[in-house]
Design a protein around this ligand. Structure first.
Ligand SMILES: [Zn+2]
Length: 117
């Protein structure tokens, strides 16, 4: 965090989402940035608690000025989900279970094919 990441005091901040890690919050923040919406990340835990439990148990709040809240929410809601590639699949060639998001079998490098229901 740099000084530039601090929310201005003269604005009301609203939370648009809570993310499990700074990484995920940063991704959404980048999208907002591209749309010209300034946002700030705020960790749920205090620095002292972070030392003991790490960020895994906390959450990262992404906040925007209340004047940007509606636009930010729409932007996030309209973002295509990462799940568009579907659920986990079974490789037709070797039968391995492959996690969703992978287009190639980790075992035999066969390309994913759309399987009929
Ligand atoms: Zn395979």
């Amino acid at each position: 965090m740099t000084d530039g990441d601090r929310p201005p005091d003269d604005r009301t901040m609203e939370t648009v989402g809570v993310y499990p890690s700074i990484t995920e919050a940063s991704i959404v923040r980048g999208r907002l940035d591209q749309a010209g919406i300034r946002s700030w990340m705020q960790e749920e835990l205090t620095a002292g608690q972070l030392f003991q439990v790490g960020t895994a148990l906390g959450g990262v709040k992404l906040q925007v000025a209340d004047s940007d809240l509606q636009r930010a929410r729409e932007l996030i809601a309209n973002e295509p989900s990462k799940e568009t590639t579907g659920a986990a699949w079974t490789c037709p060639r070797c039968g391995s279970d492959v996690d969703a998001g992978f287009e190639i079998c980790w075992s035999c490098q066969a390309m994913r094919v759309d399987q009929p229901d």
